[in-house]
Design a protein around this ligand. Structure first.
Ligand code: 5GP
Length: 116
C-alpha cells in the first residue's frame, strides 16, 4: 500500500491544486468529469485514500471499494443514464495512465463490447 505523498495528477486534484469539474464528494470518494471524455458522460470516481489500483488494495479497503461502486451507480442515475460502463484500468498493460485508483463511469451513447 502506498503511504508517501500522492504525486499523481489526481492527488493534486484532491488537494485542490488543480481545478476539476466536481460531480460528487463525501468522506471516502471524490468524483469529477474526465478532461478528455470518451462519451457524452464520462466521470471519474476516486478514493480519497491513495491507492495505486485494485491490485494495491487489501481487506481493509473493502468498504472503500464497495462504496466506490455503489456511489458510481448513484451518480450514473443522477446523470440520467439508462446504463453505463464501469471501468477500472489496473496497471499500464491494462491502460492505466494515472496511478491513483479511479473508476470510469462512461455512458450516454451505445458502447461496444469487448473493449480494446
Ligand atoms: P486511465 O487511462 O488511467 O484509466 O484514465 C485516466 C483518465 O484521467 C483519462 O480518461 C484522462 O482523460 C483523465 N485525466 C488525466 N488527467 C486529467 C486531469 O487533469 N483532469 C481530469 N479531469 N481528467 C484527467
Amino acid at each position: 500500500m502506498p503511504d508517501g505523498p500522492n504525486e499523481t495528477i489526481f492527488g493534486a486534484i484532491l488537494r485542490g491544486e488543480i481545478p476539476s469539474d466536481k460531480v460528487y464528494e463525501d468522506d471516502l470518494v471524490y468524483a469529477f468529469r474526465d478532461i478528455n471524455p470518451a462519451a457524452p458522460t464520462h466521470i471519474l470516481v476516486i478514493p480519497k485514500k491513495y491507492v495505486v489500483n485494485c491490485m494495491d488494495c487489501g481487506e481493509e479497503d473493502k468498504e472503500m471499494l464497495g462504496h466506490l461502486m455503489v456511489t458510481a451507480a448513484k451518480i450514473a442515475k443522477d446523470e440520467g443514464l439508462e446504463g453505463y460502463r464501469f471501468v477500472i484500468n489496473n496497471g499500464g498493460v491494462a491502460g492505466q495512465t494515472v496511478f491513483h485508483l479511479h473508476a470510469h463511469i462512461i455512458g450516454g451513447r451505445d458502447l461496444s463490447w469487448p473493449p480494446g
